[in-house]
Design a protein around this ligand. Structure first.
Ligand code: DAH
Length: 345
């Protein structure tokens, strides 16, 4: 029996030494020290031994158990440490590997054009105000001197939401709202924002686009003030050598009304494909605020006068950056957008 025990001990120690992982080690523990293991079996057979042999054998069995247990524990510690080291090794980061490229975003070209225009006007003492995109028929049309049934309403095909509400077709309603809010006080504002028209999208039409409305009201505001202001705008956006010219036009909310052309920045007026050989490019509509518009908003048109203008932001951006299709602004193709990286503009 002593012999058997010694042999079991050797076997167990050898298997412990061989065990490659914690699971294998546990299998050894169960096989040798478990209830069904050979050492337990030997203990069960102790009853058959003589009285003087029994304590000797008992002590021997205990020593073997202790030796095996101690060896197991040592090996557990070794394997656990190895497992931690392996995990650390696996999770280590090679700081010398090239990193994944982070693609930085850009502000949208339109946003930047609008901000550039805002900057110019802020510098001239204007405030920036905004109005709602879902607008009342009253502000969009009536307060702009376009009563119900006025034929000029057809110039701006509208998305109506109800009889009295629509998606604003221009930023001009912000003129009326600002005048109401300022209650007869002088005004100098620009109003950027989205506008909507029931147009079929093509290279030059979009059912949604951006306008920047301008409104100045005060004593003795004259057409020459309008011209000087728009001249500054043209020079800021298209270069210091640009000139503007005003052509008579019609808008119900201004009298007189003008369309404003800028001398072509591509050919400097000689004639090219951008200006359709005319040397001039139309950039916006403007005029002196119609007395009806002033009166409807509570301004005394005999004491105060004003000018207004409406800029199409996409049109300015298209001309300035040679964009040939308005839809590029809205389809979010990064091949288009990334061409106008901040640093280049
Ligand atoms: N609201 C006009 C449009 O969308 C543009 C415009 C023209 C605005 C003349 C004005 C203006 O303020 O005076 O077509």
């Amino acid at each position: 029996m002593e012999q058997q025990l010694k042999q079991l001990e050797q076997e167990a120690l050898a298997k412990i030494a061989d065990a490659a992982d914690l699971k294998a080690l546990n299998d050894v523990r169960v096989a040798y020290l478990g209830k069904k293991g050979p050492i337990t079996d030997l203990l069960k057979g102790m009853g058959k031994l003589s009285a003087e042999e029994r304590p000797k054998m008992g002590a021997l069995v205990n020593t073997v158990r202790e030796n095996v247990t101690a060896e197991l524990e040592k090996k557990v510690a070794v394997l656990e440490e190895a497992a931690i080291l392996a995990q650390l090794e696996n999770e280590s980061i090679d700081v010398t590997l090239p990193g994944a490229k982070v693609r930085a975003g850009n502000r949208h070209l339109l946003t930047r054009v609008i901000e550039e225009i805002e900057d110019l006007f802020l510098g001239m003492g204007y405030e920036i105000v905004e109005g709602p995109e879902v607008e009342k028929d009253y502000y969009n049309f009536e307060a702009m001197n376009l009563p119900k049934g006025h034929p000029a309403r057809d110039m701006q095909d509208s998305f109506y939401i109800s009889e009295e509400t629509l998606l604003r077709t221009h930023t001009s309603p912000v003129q009326a709202r600002t005048m109401e809010a300022k209650k007869g006080e002088p005004i100098r504002v620009i109003c950027p924002g989205k506008v909507f028209r029931r147009d079929t999208d093509d290279a030059t039409h979009s059912h949604q686009f951006m306008q920047i409305e301008g409104l100045v009201i005060g004593e003795n505001i004259r057409m020459s003030d309008l011209k000087g202001t728009l001249d500054a705008l043209a020079k800021k956006m298209f270069g210091a050598e640009r000139e503007i010219r005003l052509r008579p036009s019609f808008f119900p909310f201004t009298e007189p009304s003008v369309e404003v052309d800028v001398s072509c920045h591509k050919c400097s007026g000689k004639g090219c494909n951008v200006c359709k050989q005319t040397g001039w490019i139309e950039i916006l509509g403007a005029g002196m605020v119609h007395p009806n518009v002033l009166e409807m908003a509570g301004y005394d048109s005999t004491k105060l006068s004003g000018f207004a203008f409406g800029i199409g932001a996409e049109r300015i951006a298209m001309l300035k950056y040679g964009v040939d299709d308005i839809r590029h602004f809205y389809t979010n193709d990064t091949r288009f957008l990334s061409q106008f990286h901040q640093a280049e503009v």
